[in-house]
Design a protein around this ligand. Structure first.
Ligand code: SF4
Length: 343
């Protein structure tokens, strides 16, 4: 692990809350998981103007220099915390005690080959995270299974042509929809057709998903080539370097740091975490993006909970606090949830 990873961990509560990692030496990573509409009609109950610390710590993209003073700042108690958040969190833990959400069995961090070398395992973790973007856990797990059956390494991916790789990832031919229709230069592409069809079904998110799928083969090839050229086939050990890779976003980077390197670098926020944090008013004001939510949560959530919160809320979002028609009637937080009254 590089110095950056160490320094990130020692800030504030000095607690990683992680188990093991895929570090050189062969240890296995502890399972972790990963994570819509921004505020979803969130009403403002307080006109209090957002006040930020003049010198807010940004954990996510720091490298290795000059962090000692900021660590001292993070030891101070947060100036604001949501009302009832501990009771809400305990209720979610109770509702998630069965560990039977898709994320608990099929999440990207469960998809690597435990018998592979640590370096290969780390690559597989990153690849599964890239595949999981805007994709159901079941689809990601299936793609990883097919890729692993052929021997999933940096070299094997670089030796696989795009067509074969696309078919392995999306055997139903989804990935091909990005290609122009043969013999019709300048005509409508397959992707455009699919997007129109999905939009006609009311699926803005689905059309975005199609675009995401169409880019994955390209990003995987580009990122894998960079890993081979610059990192000796390993993955980088800092968020700053990870997010610089094509197709790797902040959520993936923080999860990769946690699963592959055993370092809690920040809260991994996906659409589930973003949505639920806003519904429960876990952000001081409504947030418009997962990144904004991540920064808002890191302002007050104790660091020892940073790793746990992703898997907890993702599974809760898959089973109970659904994007549309959440199961509030079955939710232990119904009486504590400000958003429930308006849903
Ligand atoms: S009460 Fe409804 S909106 Fe609130 S956390 Fe529970 S499921 Fe989500």
């Amino acid at each position: 692990m590089n110095a950056a990873g160490v320094r990130m961990v020692v800030t504030r509560a000095r607690s990683q809350g992680t188990g093991t990692s895929l570090r050189p030496g062969g240890e296995k990573a502890a399972p972790l998981r990963s994570g819509e509409a921004a505020a979803e009609g969130r009403k403002s109950y307080s006109p209090v103007k957002r006040r930020r610390k003049a010198r807010r710590l940004s954990v996510a993209y720091e490298t290795s220099e000059g962090e000692e003073g900021e660590g001292a700042e993070r030891l101070q108690a947060p100036s604001w915390q949501p009302q009832d958040w501990r009771r809400q969190l305990d209720n979610i833990r109770t509702m998630r005690s069965g560990k039977d959400a898709p994320v608990d069995q099929l999440g990207a961090e469960h998809c690597f080959d435990p018998s592979a070398s640590p370096k290969v395992q780390r690559y597989q973790v990153l690849l599964s995270l890239m595949l999981s973007s805007q994709t159901k856990d079941q689809v990601t797990a299936g793609a990883m299974q097919r890729l692993r059956a052929r021997g999933l390494t940096v070299d094997s991916i670089l030796q696989t042509d795009d067509s074969t790789l696309g078919t392995l990832i999306y055997p139903v031919g989804f990935w091909r929809v990005s290609q122009p229709v043969a013999g019709r230069p300048g005509g409508t592409t397959g992707l455009q057709k699919v997007s129109r069809k999905l939009n006609s079904c009311g699926g803005r998110g689905q059309s975005l998903e199609q675009a995401s799928l169409a880019s994955k083969v390209k990003y995987i090839k580009q990122t894998t080539a960079i890993l081979q050229q610059r990192y000796g086939g390993d993955i980088p050990a800092s968020v700053a370097e990870l997010v610089a890779l094509p197709g790797v976003g902040p959520k993936m980077a923080h999860l990769a740091m946690a699963v592959a390197w055993g370092t809690v670098s920040g809260i991994a926020v996906d659409t589930h975490v973003h949505r639920i944090a806003n519904r429960l008013r876990w952000t001081k004001e409504a947030t418009r993006s997962p990144e904004e939510t991540r920064r808002a949560l890191e302002e007050w959530l104790p660091r020892e909970l940073w790793r746990e919160i992703n898997g907890l809320l993702v599974g809760f979002g898959q089973q109970t606090c659904l994007p549309v028609r959440p199961h509030c009637h079955a939710c232990l937080n119904r009486a504590l949830c400000p958003a429930a009254q308006g849903l």
